[in-house]
Ligand binder design. Structure first.
Ligand code: FE2
Length: 272
C-alpha cells in the first residue's frame, strides 16, 4: 500500500462549505493509476482485500470517498489504516454522525446502534480526525471527490436518477467526480440528456463531465457481496469498477461478537 502526500493549493466556497483543492506531486504527462474507494464501513477484511488487489494492479495513488466507519466491527483499524495512507479523504455521513457533526435523527435503528457502538470504540484523536475532513476535494484540477452529491454535499443526498445527476453535473468543475453513498456502482454522463451506464468499463472520453459511483468496499448493496472500488487511468480517460472477494463470514462473525445487530452481518452475505 503506497502512501502519498497532498499539498493544499486553494480553497473556494460553495453554499455551506469549502472545496479543498489539492495537487498531488506528479508530472502531468505521466499516466497515473488511481484507486478510488469508500464506504468501507469498518469492514477490515474487505478493506485489506481491496488494498491487496490494488497492489496487484500497480495502483500508484489512492483517494478515499468517506464512510470509513459505521456498521462494521473494526472502526479503529479501518480508520487508522486509511489515515496512515495520508491521502485525500472526504467525509461521509457516517463519519460525521459518529463525530457529532451530523444528526442521526434520520438514521435507521441499526445504523443508530452502530453509531453509538462506534463512538465507544474511538478515542478523541480519532474523533478529531473525522471532524477535519472536507466534504468536497478537487485533485489536480481533474478529479472531484464527494461522498453523496455536489448539489448539497452536507445533506448527503443520493444520486439515483438522471435529475439528481444533473444537479451535481451542473456544479462539477473537473472532468470526473467520484462518489459513493448509495453503495451501488453506476456512472452518469453530461449531455443534452443525462445518460448512465452500469458497465464496469467506463470510457469518459466523449463526455464533458461524468459522475462515477464506485460502489462500496465494506457493504455492497447491488446484490453482489464482493467489495467494490474504482480504478482510474487518467491518461486513457477510463474507469474500471473492480470487485474483490473477501472473507465475508469472518467480517460477519466479528459484527455478531461485538454485539452489533445481526442483520448487519447477514446483509454482507447477499450484498444488500
Ligand atoms: Fe455508506
Amino acid at each position: 500500500m503506497g502512501t502519498q502526500g497532498a499539498r493544499r493549493v486553494r480553497r473556494s466556497h460553495w453554499a455551506g462549505g469549502n472545496t479543498l483543492s489539492v495537487a498531488i506531486t506528479q508530472q502531468e504527462a505521466i499516466r497515473v493509476r488511481w484507486a478510488i474507494f469508500g464506504d468501507i464501513h469498518s469492514n477490515l477484511e474487505a478493506l485489506d482485500a481491496v488494498m491487496a488487489e490494488c497492489q496487484k494492479l500497480n495502483v500508484e495513488r489512492y483517494l478515499c470517498l468517506g464512510d470509513i466507519v459505521g456498521y462494521g466491527a473494526d472502526p479503529v483499524k479501518c480508520l487508522e489504516r486509511v489515515i496512515d495512507m495520508k491521502i485525500p479523504i472526504v467525509a461521509g455521513n457516517h463519519d460525521w454522525a459518529v463525530c457529532g457533526k451530523l444528526s442521526i435523527e434520520f438514521f435507521n435503528t441499526y445504523a443508530k446502534h452502530a453509531v453509538y457502538w462506534t463512538r465507544e470504540q474511538l478515542t478523541e484523536t480519532h474523533m478529531e480526525a473525522l471532524r477535519t475532513w472536507e466534504l468536497v476535494i478537487e485533485v489536480n484540477n481533474d478529479i472531484t471527490l464527494v461522498h453523496g452529491s455536489l448539489s448539497f454535499p452536507d445533506l448527503f443526498d443520493y444520486i439515483q436518477t438522471s435529475q439528481d445527476a444533473r444537479l451535481s453535473l451542473d456544479k462539477l468543475r473537473t472532468r470526473v467526480c467520484f462518489l459513493g453513498h448509495s453503495h451501488v456502482p453506476v456512472t452518469f454522463f453530461s449531455g443534452p440528456m443525462v445518460s448512465y451506464t452500469m458497465s464496469y468499463e467506463i470510457d469518459l472520453k466523449g463526455f464533458d463531465k461524468s459522475l462515477v459511483n464506485v460502489g462500496s468496499v465494506g457493504q455492497p448493496r447491488d446484490e453482489n457481496p464482493k467489495a467494490s472500488f474504482g480504478l482510474y487511468d487518467d491518461k486513457d480517460g477510463k474507469v474500471y469498477i473492480k470487485r474483490v472477494e473477501y472473507d465475508v463470514d469472518k467480517a460477519g462473525r466479528k459484527i455478531i461478537d461485538a454485539g452489533l445487530p445481526e442483520i448487519l452481518a447477514e446483509r454482507l452475505k447477499y450484498g444488500r
